[in-house]
Design a protein around this ligand. Structure first.
Ligand code: M6R
Length: 625
């Protein structure tokens, strides 16, 4: 939700903190602040709004050298407790202004802590849960900041990533996390803290991933690690080999359009190395001409033991949940196995029936979504085995699942998920098809046809993207429509769900998705001349049914756009406009049919003068409930 940065070394800390905060701004942008510790003591500067507000506020001080210091911590906030304001911005300090704390997460017992601290004479200034942490550390401070943090976290309930500095214990920063992400960057004569790796790539590629209740103590020339009880522990450094440029905008106006355009490459990345010549065969097909290909998921440890499952349960939130819905259709179709799909925030509070024979697939771009992690832990408790599909190496989900299938989409910065979605689908299809093979229910012909289609998809996605001006023009005509409905059947219904979410989250247009067959059961009452209906039509056997639905909404004066295959003329008479995508087997169509809908959402947001990368009220990573 919030972004944390920390620096200790030989350079001027404030510019490094500001730069890091900009890289983390996608995590929250209600307010920003820094605390630096130098010859002038502990100095805190913070401001409501975007990081540029903070920059403007301290511009003169920076230029005048007033803020010179070689260590500090910074924060960009997504408000949970207390409105976005200067006083609620982080860092928070104790009463005397000796200790400064930045925090990502929610301290669930903060009301009780506050009452207890007030009894000890503490006067609170902000409405935040974080301020209690600063006072708590101060109360436990007895000349050793590390020990004070150890004592303080014993009393914290909820989730936290914390970075702490103290004027009385200079030359080190203490960092600790529980259920909120935090990485430590190891440099030469300098060390860093960040909420995620891209914020560090400019300085170092050597990182330590902190686990729950682990503490890092950063000095200029070393980092020490402790467990939550303050006992020294060893940790291994990991080397990050991401392309730093991949985390930048590469000349695109927004991260979102960059990431939409990266999908051909990302889809190849998700597929690469998972399709191989079948070594169980002669390597030749029946005619002895073409090498026979197979899906190989050995890399993730998916072997025949997994095929004994009775049921698959897929759990996720938001866009990842839409991928899960498509996964259900894919598992039923290609593997003939009963599949349930659950929204993680619902699953965790139900009394679900699961057993050790179930396989859980948990999907999360970030691998840090609080509800998704809670659902995974419940699944594991029931004895079921868990496969994680995630984009973030070393994320909590990746570490705790039994198997991990990385989407290899590269860093996704825009709040609206795009390339993570299509690569999640690629992973789900690969598992579903391989499941079908292991369960002996998928014909060799359908497997070969599907593998060929998966290999072609990247090039086909590129062709759609070359035609993006068609969607841009369509958005220019329709962006002011007050209602946009997406409808489809089967896989197309699931794509409609994701399309409606994309449009509402970045363009603030009221958009909904309907299973087209449900139209007459209520939603059609909403349709009038102010409505745009986008019909996704890639399920060939259901074209006639879809055509009837399109005629029904047209008869109520809605404008209509159909998305279908390039070789289909079926809808030319019934729809106002038709956008064509390359032909592929109907079951695999979501990986392509979503692309024009992502583009439509993006261009509508731009037409409305909005910043698609930073939609109001949303954050990239939802690490609290
Ligand atoms: O990181 P995750 O995939 O677990 O995130 C889940 C949702 O918060 C996320 O997909 C959200 O719905 C996006 N804003 C959608 O664009």
């Amino acid at each position: 939700m919030c972004g944390i940065i920390g620096y200790i070394g030989g350079q001027d800390a404030a510019p490094i903190l500001l730069k890091g905060l900009k890289k983390l701004e996608y995590r929250g942008y209600d307010s920003a602040g820094i605390a630096i510790l130098g010859a002038g003591g502990l100095t805190v500067r913070k401001s409501r709004g975007a990081i540029k507000n903070l920059e403007e506020k301290i511009e003169a001080e920076l230029a005048g050298g007033v803020l010179a210091a070689s260590m500090g911590i910074g924060h960009t906030r997504w408000a949970t407790h207390g409105e976005p304001s200067d006083v609620n911005s982080h860092p928070h300090t104790d009463v005397s202004g000796t200790i400064a704390v930045v925090h990502n997460g929610i301290i669930e017992n903060h009301v009780r802590l506050k009452a207890w601290l007030q009894k000890h004479g503490v006067v609170f200034r902000s409405e935040t849960d974080t301020e209690a942490v600063a006072h708590l550390i101060d109360l436990h401070y007895n000349g050793d900041l590390l020990q004070a943090v150890v004592e303080a976290i014993k009393r914290l309930e909820g989730s936290y990533a914390l970075a702490v500095i103290s004027r009385d214990d200079p030359d080190r920063i203490i960092a600790v996390r529980k259920e909120s992400p935090l990485v430590i960057g190891k440099g030469g004569g300098e060390n860093f803290i960040a909420s995620d790796v891209p914020a560090l790539l400019e300085y170092t590629r050597d990182v330590y991933y902190l686990l729950d209740r682990e503490i890092a103590v950063l000095y200029r020339d070393k980092v020490e690690f402790y467990n939550g009880d303050g006992q020294s522990i060893e940790k291994n450094v990991a080397h990050v080999d991401w392309d730093a440029g991949a985390a930048e905008k590469d000349g695109y106006e927004h991260f979102m359009i960059k990431e939409i355009n990266e999908q051909p490459k990302a889809l190849t990345g998700a597929l690469r190395a998972r399709i191989q010549a079948d070594t169980t065969d002669t390597g030749q097909d029946a005619q002895g001409a073409m090498p026979v290909k197979a899906i190989n998921l050995q890399e993730i440890g998916f072997d025949s033991s997994w095929a004994k499952a009775n049921r698959v349960v897929i759990t996720a939130c938001g866009t990842a949940w839409h991928a899960a819905v498509i996964g259900k259709y894919a598992f039923e179709r290609y593997a003939r196995i009963g599949t349930d799909v659950d929204i993680a925030s619902e699953y965790r509070y139900r009394n679900p029936i699961s057993n050790p024979q179930d396989i859980f697939i948990i999907i999360s771009q970030s691998g840090e979504t609080a509800d998704t992690l809670a659902a995974m832990r419940m699944a594991k408790k029931s004895g079921a085995r868990v496969i994680a599909i995630t984009n973030v190496v070393g994320s909590t989900l990746a570490r705790e699942a039994d198997l991990v299938m990385y989407t290899w989409a590269g860093p996704e910065i825009a709040v609206a998920s795009t390339k993570a979605f299509t690569t999640q689908l690629m992973c789900l299809y690969l598992i579903a098809l391989q499941f079908g093979v292991l369960r002996d229910v998928l014909s060799g012909e359908e497997l070969a046809q599907s593998i060929k289609a998966l290999e072609d998809i990247s090039g086909q996605a590129e062709r759609i993207l070359k035609d993006k001006e068609t969607i841009q023009r369509f958005a220019a005509r329709h962006f002011s429509k007050s209602k946009v409905f997406f409808m489809g059947r089967l896989f197309d219904y699931a794509v409609s769900l994701e399309s409606a979410l994309k449009l509402k989250e970045i363009s603030y247009t009221h958009s909904e998705a309907f299973a087209a067959g449900e139209l007459k059961h209520g939603p059609i009452a909403l349709v009038d001349e102010s409505t745009l209906v986008v019909a996704i039509c890639t399920q060939t056997a259901l074209f006639e049914k879809m055509e009837s639905n399109i005629k029904e909404v047209k008869a109520r004066d809605a404008a209509t756009l159909v998305i279908t295959y390039e070789d289909v003329n079926y809808f030319d008479q019934s729809a106002d406009e038709v956008f064509r995508i390359p032909r592929l087997p109907d079951g695999l169509s979501p990986m392509l049919s979503i692309i024009p809908c992502q583009l439509y959402a993006y261009y509508c947001a731009v037409q409305r003068g909005l910043d698609p990368d930073k939609p109001r009220n949303l954050a990239k990573s939802v690490t609290v409930e």
